[in-house]
Design a protein around this ligand. Structure first.
Ligand SMILES: O=P(O)(O)OC[C@H]1O[C@H](O[C@H]2O[C@H](CO)[C@@H](O)[C@H](O)[C@H]2O)[C@H](O)[C@@H](O)[C@@H]1O
Length: 360
């Protein structure tokens, strides 16, 4: 691991923070990569997971339930909503908790800002949502945290004033188009292997109708959404057959997707901590990080917020799911309503400075 592996621009990091020497977040970012080779227990965990053939498919089904709420047990849903109330319903409570705090927004992309669609290349965000995110970013530092390749999610969102953390947080860049503003890439040494495995997976899965492999730069996604469910186990076997030769890679699952990523101690939760620190909020008691996401990988960020005892985790889901989030929203349209209310609240609570009239 060399210093070139982690490209840092103090200008990009600064955003109000005066940093001297490598910050703890940057050291963590470096450490994640440096520790990659020595973390044998991660390899073992990945190996154990690889050996549990159907568990991946079962977990993937569980994280993307197809039954409607009407079919779900109403009591279970009510109990779940009591534990994870609607962030819209509890908006006043959230607003008063935010009073006097510096709100920092973290937004997942797929299933949060854009609706889930069959073709991952066509997961567009609406113009109304884009305008809402733009407004949010005028008032609060805002980051998009996605499993997607950073450039791809940046193209979907189309806003240059945001922070972007692509590849599940393994590729973090500050606002603007300056390539120097890449802040953290803890998995850069994995690029060649990810490329190699991408090609192998494309070849291996081409016999499975509907399967699609997406290259997210520091990680890969194998999509199951358009594959007949009867073939899911066979497809998971194909994926496992490829990655069994790569003990430094691990499998995680999301919404009808298996994700292949480096076995480093880095995830969306680490990315959240890194960004908070880069923004100068590491040890601030008056910061309120708000993270909105819909997927299993967002749980890493919710967990971090819970552990810090600071901030709000909001899960986007119509169905009861095991989660570390405190609040819930049902779908991207509710996410948009929440963002708009946040902007309106901020506008009302901090009116523009009074006009100074020239003396006559
Ligand atoms: O962290 P995220 O921004 O939520 O990214 C997670 C995965 O999102 C995308 O896949 C999901 O959305 C697709 C489009 O709606 C859908 O077809 C797919 O079934 C979902 O899993 C993205 O394509 C993946 O690469 C990301 O890992």
């Amino acid at each position: 691991m060399t210093n070139q592996d982690v490209v840092v621009s103090e200008m990009g990091i600064a955003a109000g923070a005066a940093l001297t020497g490598p910050s703890p977040a940057l050291l963590a970012c470096r450490g994640a990569a440096a520790g990659a080779m020595s973390l044998r227990y991660l390899d073992l965990a990945a190996a154990a997971a690889r050996s549990a053939s159907c568990t991946w498919v079962d977990a993937m089904r569980a994280s993307s339930p197809t039954r409607s709420r009407a079919a779900a047990d109403v009591d279970e849903f009510t109990a779940w909503m009591r534990k994870h109330p609607s962030a819209l319903g509890k908006f006043e409570q959230i607003a008063s908790a935010s009073k006097g705090k510096k709100v920092v927004m973290f937004l997942d992309y797929d299933g949060t800002l854009s609706p889930i669609v069959a073709d991952p290349d066509a997961a567009y965000m609406s113009n109304a949502m884009r305008a809402a995110v733009r407004d949010v970013a005028k008032h609060f530092p805002t980051a998009i945290v996605s499993g997607r390749c950073r450039d791809k999610v940046r193209n979907f969102v189309g806003l240059s004033e945001l922070y972007y953390a692509g590849s599940h947080g393994m590729d973090i860049k500050g606002p603007g188009s300056n390539p120097e503003s890449v802040l953290c890439q803890p998995a850069s040494e994995f690029l060649p292997v990810i490329d190699e495995v991408y090609k192998l997976l494309v070849e291996k899965t081409k016999s499975t109708p509907g399967a699609k492999v997406e290259n997210n730069k520091f990680c890969l996604s194998v999509h199951f959404r358009c594959v007949d469910e009867k073939r899911w186990n066979a497809l998971a076997e194909q994926v496992k057959a490829v990655i069994k030769d790569y003990p430094k890679l691990k499998l995680t699952q999301g919404r009808k997707v298996l994700e292949i990523r480096p076995s480093i101690m880095w995830d969306k939760g680490k990315a959240l901590e890194f960004l908070l620190e880069s923004l100068g909020f590491a040890n601030c008691s008056d910061v309120l990080p708000v993270y909105i996401g819909d997927d299993r990988t967002d749980e890493d960020a919710f967990r971090v917020l819970r552990k810090r005892g600071q901030g709000l985790g909001i899960l986007v889901s119509k169905c009861p799911k095991e989660t570390n989030a405190s609040y819930s929203l049902q779908d991207p349209s509710e996410v948009m309503d929440f963002l708009l209310r946040l902007v309106e609240w901020k506008r009302k609570s901090s009116p523009p400075p009074p006009m100074i009239r020239p003396r006559v």
